[in-house]
Ligand binder design. Sequence first.
Ligand SMILES: [Fe+2]
Length: 336
Amino acid sequence: MKLKTLLHSVAAIAVAGPALADVNIYSARHYDSDTVLFDQFEEETGIAVNRIEGDSDELIARMQAEGDNSPADIFLTVDAGRLWRADEAGLLSAVDSDVLKNRIPEFLRHPDGHWFGLSQRARIIFYAKDRVDNPPQTYEALADDAYEGQICIRSSSNVYNQSLLASIIEADGEEAAQDWAAGVRENMARDPQGGDTDQLRGIVSGECDIAVTNTYYFLRGLVDDVDGLTSGIDNIGWVWPNQDDRGAHTNIAGAAVTASAPNRDEAVQFLEFLTSDFAQEHFANQNNEYPAVPGVALGEGVAQLGYFIPDNTTPRSAYGSNAPKAQEIFNAVDWP
Ligand SMILES: [Fe+2]
């Protein structure tokens, strides 16, 4: 180690430049296996990756407090709604990269390059096989009278649901979206409680017949032993919604180069690296998500759920820009 450091400093003197470049990541999405990606990037580029982990809103607040002196080069988080919040706060910057534009489909990135989707997470419909003969085939159908008293879905303060409603506003218009939210509210089996896993647990306990959750929570129950879920998971079926029209709702995990990035070039390089086949597979598989880059192989976990058509049209930026309207609608229909 000491020898390596010494060699680096000798090299630095030789070229009269900095010994090793760095890139600093503020990450609200962290997995132990991230280090595999970071090591590979460092090996390919000689750029060391430093990361600070935290809750998304905490990291946004931290960047705001640090201002121009923030060491953050990259902000990495989940949900387009959260990326949009960071952008609204003026924390992100436009990146013009052919690699990023060519690799990441237009609808999965900010129109001016303020952030880029790196994986897709599907939010779909699950149901009790022994109690539901005709599960809803679309998000819209969740509001049908036929499902009165059957649906479990979490609270309106949850960003996943805000983004889901934002996508319905985009697809169906504000008025229809409000009718939809009112209909789902009417159909709830209980007032919203807990996280996504708790909605699935509700199917197992018999409290809920139908639940709306991200698919990776279901897969955790399938692969690991999740209390209150795995024991009854064989009775849970799933529907890929809206396969005859816009496709299933997918949100993104994504990243952006910050407005004050001290290592801007390195940060862009890192984002480009994350769109490589190797990084895409790894990034998606960490949490049983789907790659953002078309043509990258699906992981073993998600393959168990089969193929589906994701929403390949709705710009994910609309999840953020429609978020205030979505919150208004949730309040208007009394969705707790
Ligand atoms: Fe989640």
